[in-house]
Design a protein around this ligand. Structure first.
Ligand code: DP6
Length: 329
C-alpha cells in the first residue's frame, strides 16, 4: 500500500445534558442520550500516516510521546479502522491541542473525533457523518458529539450503528459562550471511563436515566427557541443530578471542591443581580458558565474576582470535525 496521510481538526464539547454510565461498556452504548455544544475556540489537530515500515503505532500528543495507557487506547481505536479498511500497517499519529490539558476540558472528545476523521481518510475509507460519529464513540463516548457541527445530540440508539450524534442546530444558531472557570489543574483521580462503570452502583442512576430523555427534549426545544432561562435551569439540574449519581456510587466519587461550590453560589447571586448565566460541571471540579456572548465579558470579570480561580477559558460554538490541508509532520 502507498503511504497515506491526512490531517483533521475537531473541537471539544460541553454537555448541557450529560452522558454518564453505559448500557454496554465495550461498545460505549450510553445509558442515556445527551446534548452538547462544540467549543469552537478550542481545537485539536491530528495527523495520521499509515506506514508499512513502522513496527507499531507511534503516538505523539502535544510534542510528547503518549503515555502507555493513551497509546494503547489510540491503537485499539486504529484497529477498528484498520479492520474496516482491510489495512495492516501501523500508524504515526501526531496530535496537538490549542488548550491546556490541565484545564479540565476533556481532550478525549476532540482527540477521538479528530483521530477518527483523520485515520479513516488516511485509510481510504469514505464514511458518512453518522458512521464517523458512531466510530468516534468507540474511542470516547463524548467524541461522538464532536463529529457533527454546532449543537449536537447523541442518540442512545439500539446498537452500534444507531448510536451516533447528529446536529440539532448549526454553530451560528445561537452565540452562546462557555466561560470555563478553572479552580484546579490536578489530574482527576478517577477518569470518566472508570466512572461510567461505577454509575450503576448508585441507587439514583436508574432514576436519572429514566427522567433524562424527557428533560433532553424540553432542553432541546429551549435551545432551538434560544430560551436561556428555560435551558439553563435544566442544564444545572442535570449536572447536579449527574454529580448526585457520582457522589452516591460505591465507592463514591466526589469531584467538587469548596471552590466549585463557591462558583455555584456566586452564579445564583449574579442571576439575582440580573446577569443571565447558568453553570454545568463535568467529571472534575471546574465550572462551565453558560451565557450569551453579550454577557460573557461581565461573567468573566465576575468569575476572575472569585477566590481560588486559577484561569478562565472562553469559547463560542464550533463546527464539525473536518479534514484540513496542513500536516503536523
Ligand atoms: C462528565 O466521553 O470522557 O464529561 O467514553 O470513557 O471517554 P469515555 O467518557 P467521556 O465522558 C464524558 C463524561 C462527562 C459528561 C459528558 O460530556 O456528557
Amino acid at each position: 500500500m502507498q503511504q497515506r496521510k491526512a490531517t483533521a481538526i475537531a473541537h471539544p464539547n460541553i454537555a448541557f445534558i450529560k452522558y454518564w454510565g453505559n448500557r454496554d461498556d465495550e461498545l460505549r452504548l450510553p445509558a442515556n442520550p445527551s446534548l452538547s455544544m462544540n467549543l469552537g475556540d478550542l481545537v485539536t489537530t491530528t495527523t495520521v500516516a499509515f506506514d508499512e515500515t513502522l513496527e507499531r503505532d507511534e503516538v505523539v500528543i502535544d510534542g510528547q510521546p503518549a503515555e502507555q495507557a493513551a497509546r494503547v487506547r489510540v491503537s485499539a481505536h486504529l484497529d477498528l479502522i484498520r479492520q474496516r479498511a482491510g489495512l495492516r500497517s501501523a500508524a504515526r499519529v501526531v496530535s496537538r491541542n490549542n488548550f491546556p490539558v490541565g484545564a479540565g476540558i476533556a481532550s478525549s472528545a476532540s482527540g477521538f473525533a479528530a483521530l477518527t476523521v483523520t485515520a479513516c481518510a488516511a485509510a481510504g475509507l469514505d464514511l458518512t457523518e453518522r458512521e464517523l460519529s458512531a466510530l468516534a464513540r468507540r474511542g470516547s463516548g463524548s467524541a461522538s458529539r464532536s463529529v457533527p457541527g454546532g449543537y449536537t445530540e447523541w442518540l442512545m440508539g439500539r446498537g452500534n450503528a444507531s448510536s451516533f450524534a447528529r446536529s440539532v442546530a448549526p454553530a451560528g444558531h445561537w452565540d452562546l459562550r462557555d466561560v470555563v472557570v478553572v479552580v484546579s489543574r490536578e489530574h482527576k483521580a478517577v477518569g470518566s471511563s472508570r466512572g461510567h462503570g461505577m454509575a450503576v452502583s448508585s441507587p439514583l442512576h436508574a432514576t436519572r436515566v429514566a427522567v433524562v430523555p424527557a428533560i433532553l427534549d424540553v432542553c432541546t426545544r429551549a435551545l432551538l427557541a434560544r430560551d436561556l432561562a428555560a435551558m439553563g435551569a435544566l442544564i444545572e439540574q442535570d449536572a447536579v443530578m449527574m454529580h448526585a449519581v457520582m457522589m452516591t456510587s460505591r465507592p463514591p466519587l466526589y469531584y467538587w471542591t469548596p471552590e466549585t461550590m463557591a462558583v455555584i453560589q456566586a452564579v445564583q447571586i449574579w442571576r439575582a443581580d440580573g446577569v443571565p448565566v447558568y453553570f454545568t460541571i463535568d467529571a472534575g471540579p471546574n465550572v462551565h458558565l453558560i451565557c450569551e456572548a453579550a454577557n460573557a465579558a461581565e461573567v468573566e470579570a465576575r468569575a476572575r474576582a472569585l477566590p481560588g480561580v486559577l484561569d478562565i477559558l472562553v469559547s463560542g460554538p464550533g463546527g464539525p470535525a473536518r479534514l484540513v490541508e496542513e500536516h503536523l509532520f
